[in-house]
Each structure stands twice: as structure tokens, then as C-alpha cells.
Design a protein around this ligand. Structure first.
Ligand code: PGA
Length: 256
């Protein structure tokens, strides 16, 4: 049993209007109640952050955003700053999701700027890393993950590392129903922890939560969450319905 508290984060992506988002989060809050065994985070679209944040008032569920811009303010049309997210009581922000890397050409350097800005502004980054199918098939998985992880965390201090969450999301498993095997996932998670240990030391690396993401569902979660280095999940599809999301929280609670 690890000392790390499990974390289940819902990445709603570009789904739900503000009123649909509130309805979903009200169901989640009602079902989760006051449990504190697992940290729970929901990441709605920007348009629902305020209404979902209000619906979360007094609950144990925390609010996260799906993206952020590194600059504090200025002429960046369509973008959102750390301060704006903090003003809406966001505690977490997903950074470097593969959809942002692919569709919006986000580089490791840009992702790194976001991570540093988030940490500076007391927003916990959930840094996503993961290989494509082609990269896995050509034996590049660990190299790709290493480049993304080290690039994303460049300049992060030891103290700041305790606020960082890493999410390993094999791109070929996202939204495809093709989940990584427990061995595939655990291998990469252990590798990520070994890289963190090399840079930040063993004790610090042991504190970092490494989530798995990619078609995680109540049916496959217990096995994944039972692995030594898998500390929770970043959930897309199964976070859009309260029953499956709450079942994932329960699976995390019973895998402690
Ligand atoms: P999925 O998405 O659970 O729908 O595969 C995970 C993610 O993209 O974070």
C-alpha cells in the first residue's frame, strides 16, 4: 500500500453546456458525499468553471481547468490566465494533454512555461505525457515519455514538485476503448517515477502522484489502480456520466 492518496480527475473536454455541467456535478457531489479517502477533481470547459465551482462549494470535490496560458494578462485572444482560473477557485489545471499537443501544436517548451506559471500561481498542474501507437510500435515509448516529462518539468524546484501531478496517457488508448495492459501501464509509471527520482531524489519522487489515462472505466480500473505506481486516473469518456465516474472513485477508494 502506498502513502500516496489516490486521485481521480474527470476531463470533460469540450462537452456539456454550463447548465448540463452543473447537473452532472450535483449528481457527483451527492453521490460522493464527504469521503476523503480519494482526491476527486472535475475539469469542465472554461464556460462552466464558474457555475461548477459554485456547485462545488462546501464539497470535497475540487475544480480543475483543461488548459491555461503562461502569461498573466495581455493580448492573447481566446486565452485564460492562471490568475483568472484561481479567481474561480480552480485548484488544478491539465497541461500538455495529447489533444493540445496534436491539434494545437503545443511543444514541450510551451507546456513547460505553462507548468511554471501554474506552479507560481498556486495552481497544481496535471502534466500529461504519452506515446502514439506508431511510437510504441517502433520501440520509442520510454524515450518519448522521458522527453515530454523532462521538457515539461524543466526548472521545477524540489519544493514545487509536491504540487505536480503527472498523467501517463498513451495516445492510442485515449477515447478508443483500447486500454493499456496493467503491465504496459505499470512499466511506464515506474519509469516516470525513476526519472523523477533521478532529478529530484527518491523521497520526492515517492510523493508524486502518477495517474493513468486512456479508456479507464469501472471495469478495468481495479486492476490498473492496484499497480504499485498507478496513483489514480485521468478520465475522459467515463467522467461524463455520474455513475461511472463515482464508480471509479469507489474503485480508487478500495484499492488503497
Ligand atoms: P478517455 O480520455 O478516458 O476518454 O480515454 C482520457 C483523457 O483524454 O484524459
Amino acid at each position: 500500500m502506498s502513502s500516496r492518496k489516490k486521485l481521480i480527475a474527470g476531463n470533460w473536454k469540450m462537452n456539456k453546456t454550463s447548465s448540463d455541467a452543473v447537473a452532472l456535478v450535483q449528481e457527483i457531489v451527492a453521490a460522493i458525499g464527504k469521503q476523503t479517502d480519494v482526491d476527486v477533481v472535475v475539469c469542465p470547459p472554461f464556460t462552466s468553471l464558474e457555475s461548477v465551482g459554485k456547485a462545488l462549494d462546501g464539497s470535497v470535490v475540487k475544480l480543475g481547468a483543461q488548459n491555461v496560458h503562461p502569461e498573466p494578462s495581455g493580448a492573447y485572444t481566446g486565452e485564460t490566465s492562471v490568475g483568472m482560473l484561481r479567481a474561480l477557485f480552480s485548484s488544478y489545471v491539465i497541461i500538455g494533454h495529447s489533444e493540445r499537443r496534436t491539434y494545437f501544436q503545443e511543444s514541450d517548451g510551451f507546456i513547460n512555461q505553462k507548468v511554471l506559471a501554474a506552479l507560481k500561481g498556486q495552481l497544481k498542474p496535471i502534466l500529461c505525457v504519452g506515446e502514439t501507437l506508431g511510437q510504441r510500435e517502433s520501440g520509442q515509448t520510454l524515450r518519448v515519455v522521458q522527453t515530454q516529462l523532462e521538457g515539461g518539468l524543466e526548472g521545477v524546484s524540489k519544493d514545487q514538485l509536491t504540487s505536480v501531478v503527472v498523467a501517463y496517457e498513451p495516445v492510442w488508448a485515449i477515447g478508443t476503448g483500447k486500454v493499456a495492459t496493467t503491465e504496459q501501464a505499470q512499466e511506464v509509471h515506474a519509469f516516470i517515477r525513476s526519472l523523477l527520482a533521478k532529478t529530484f531524489g527518491d523521497a520526492m519522487a515517492e510523493k508524486v502522484r502518477i495517474l493513468y489515462g486512456g479508456s479507464m472505466k469501472p471495469a478495468n480500473a481495479p486492476e490498473l489502480l492496484g499497480q504499485k505506481d498507478i496513483d489514480g486516473g485521468l478520465i475522459g469518456g467515463a467522467s461524463l456520466e455520474s455513475r461511472s465516474f463515482v464508480d471509479l472513485v469507489k474503485a480508487a477508494a478500495s484499492s488503497r
